[in-house]
Design a protein around this ligand. Sequence first.
Ligand code: OGA
Ligand code: NI
Length: 356
Amino acid sequence: MAVPNLYWSLPVPSVQELARDIPSTLVPRRYIRDDVSDLTASINPSLIIPLLNMADLINSESRDAELQKLFFACRDWGAFQLINHGIPDEIIKNMKKQSRDFFDLPSQQKRRYTQKLGSLQGYGQAFVVSEEQKLDWNDMIFLHALPIKDRDLNFWPEEPQGFRETLDSYSIEVRRLAVSLLGFMAMALGLEAHEFSENFQQGQYHVRMNCYPSCPLPEKVIGISPHSDISAITFLLECNDTPGIQFQKDGYWVPVEPISGAITVNIGRIGQIISNGVYHSAEHRAIVNKLKERLSIVTFCYPNENGEIGPARGLITQENPVLYKTVSHADYFHRFYYQKHVGDQLIDSLKADASQ
Ligand code: OGA
Ligand code: NI
């Protein structure tokens, strides 16, 4: 069976269950990535993604220098680690614990939150469109966290206890950080902060918690296939110190070493569009570990649903003509979910001179 669009994902087995005590000879074929050449090739551990300090952006004395670093990080990498982000330690600690405890629940309990056909929210997997498709080595739970009206509580775990309250507090903190960081990203382009940030106060914040079980054949499977996010920006919180995410830079995959207290930020396609192509939507993937399980908590930040998505007007001059069309929020998502999801199709279809 093939599904009609990306909003539907076919049910797949739980990787956590599969991974329990399997010998390498039993990793199912659907996970063996003979479609990808050599997973360990073209890794460049000598490149290091930039490190930004939110406190230096906020402090007026250090701001100019840090804005310059932010500009280069967004232009040349589309990704960076961020310290002193201001989300209270307690909330981060609770969020990590809740995510850990959720994936530790017995399968039967997790399955109460299984995605239903026609919805990406819930426990399961995203973007599985055919029975033949290769699968990623992860389980996830995906939830719309903000605005509150978008929450579908049928998929919000009632256990572990406190999960819902913690996700509520975490998403409010992430929104505050997104608004502030997007403001600085606008300033780094010579714009007023509000030219980026105003659409995110009422923005949409979707949280995806990933569990990447250990795998006896880590060089043959992929935790999450290479992609770039369709968000404006994405925040990734590592729940432990097992590395996994890698960004594409100058033809190399660059692994991110988790830094305690840091959040990994990446630019998505909306970030590329609103900056008129100056910022770069970074391609990334996640690999898995032979012995250790890895958990990540990823928040995708989108502008508010009544706004339009297009380059900031203040960036457009005769020398810098508009690169992308301005479209409604609905049109943007419709293109992705129903038409233009392969490779760069979405962004190509939005180029100013594209026919549709
Ligand atoms: C994602 C993603 C990477 C990770 O969920 O879009 O890129 O390391 N996750 O979990
Ligand atoms: Ni991603």
